[in-house]
Design a protein around this ligand. Structure first.
Ligand SMILES: CC(C)(COP(=O)(O)OP(=O)(O)OC[C@H]1O[C@@H](n2cnc3c(N)ncnc32)[C@H](O)[C@@H]1OP(=O)(O)O)[C@@H](O)C(=O)NCCC(=O)NCCS
Length: 181
C-alpha cells in the first residue's frame, strides 16, 4: 500500500471524495497493524473480529481508494448497562484512530458520526468511551460531538500481544458518554 500523501494533496482535501467507511473484512486485519506499528494488537483485532461475526461488536475502517486503510474504530455492544450508564443498550467505542498524515481533515469526525448513525439504526441509545487524560485533541473532538465527561478510570488493562506475551497498559482516562437519539 502506498499511503504517502503530499502536503498539497492533503490541503486540497480533494482526496476526501475517495474516502469510504465500511465494516472490516477478515483480510483487513493485517492491514490494521499499520506496517507493524500496531502488530502488538494482532490478538485483539482477531478477537474483536470474531465478536463482530457474532454480532457482539463492529469494526469500521476508513478506506481511501488507491491508498488503503487510513482510519478505524471498533464498537463493542453491551446488552445491559455497563459503566456509568443511564441507557439500556450501550456501545463502547475503542481503537479509534486515523493515520497521522490524514489527521485534521475531518475524517475522525466523519467516522464518529457514521458510527453513531449506524448505532441509532441498531437501537443503541448510548455510547461510551475512554480517552486518556493527556489526549486533549481527542477530548476536544468528542466534546464537539456532544460527549459528556462522567467520570474517570485508571485505564489499567492487559492484553496478549502477537508473541502471546502479556502486556499491561496504564493510561489514566476520562470516561465520556453520549446519549443517542
Ligand atoms: C483523534 C483522531 C482519531 C482524530 O482524527 P482526525 O481525523 O484528525 O479528526 P478531525 O479532523 O475530525 O478533528 C476534528 C477536531 O478534533 C480536534 N482535534 C482532533 N485531534 C486533535 C489534535 N491532535 N490536536 C488538537 N485538536 C484536535 C480539533 O478540534 C479538530 O478540529 P479542527 O481540525 O477544526 O481543529 C486522530 O487525531 C488520531 O488518530 N489520534 C491518535 C489516536 C487517538 O488519540 N485516538 C483517540 C483515542 S480516545
Amino acid at each position: 500500500m502506498n499511503n504517502i500523501i503530499s502536503e498539497d494533496q492533503k490541503k486540497s482535501k480533494e482526496w476526501l471524495k475517495d474516502v469510504s467507511i465500511r465494516t472490516a473484512k477478515r483480510a483487513d486485519l493485517e492491514k490494521l497493524e499499520w506496517e507493524g506499528e500496531y502488530i502488538r494488537f494482532r490478538n485483539i483485532y482477531l478477537e474483536v473480529f470474531q465478536r463482530s461475526r457474532k454480532g457482539l461488536a463492529q469494526m469500521w475502517v476508513v478506506d481511501l481508494e488507491g491508498f488503503g486503510l487510513i482510519g478505524q474504530a471498533f464498537v463493542q455492544f453491551y446488552p445491559k448497562k455497563r459503566f456509568d450508564s443511564q441507557g439500556e443498550k450501550q456501545g463502547y467505542i475503542h481503537a479509534f484512530r486515523v493515520r497521522e498524515q490524514y489527521r485534521g481533515a475531518g475524517i475522525g469526525t466523519i467516522l464518529m458520526k457514521h458510527i453513531e448513525k449506524t448505532l441509532i439504526e441498531k437501537g443503541i441509545n448510548e455510547v461510551t468511551l475512554n480517552v486518556a487524560k493527556d489526549n486533549r485533541g481527542a477530548l476536544l473532538l468528542y466534546k464537539n460531538l456532544g460527549y459528556k465527561l462522567v467520570g474517570e478510570t485508571s485505564g489499567r488493562w492487559w492484553y496478549h500481544d502477537h508473541m502471546n506475551k502479556i502486556q499491561e497498559v496504564v493510561e489514566p482516562s476520562w470516561r465520556l458518554i453520549k446519549q443517542l437519539h
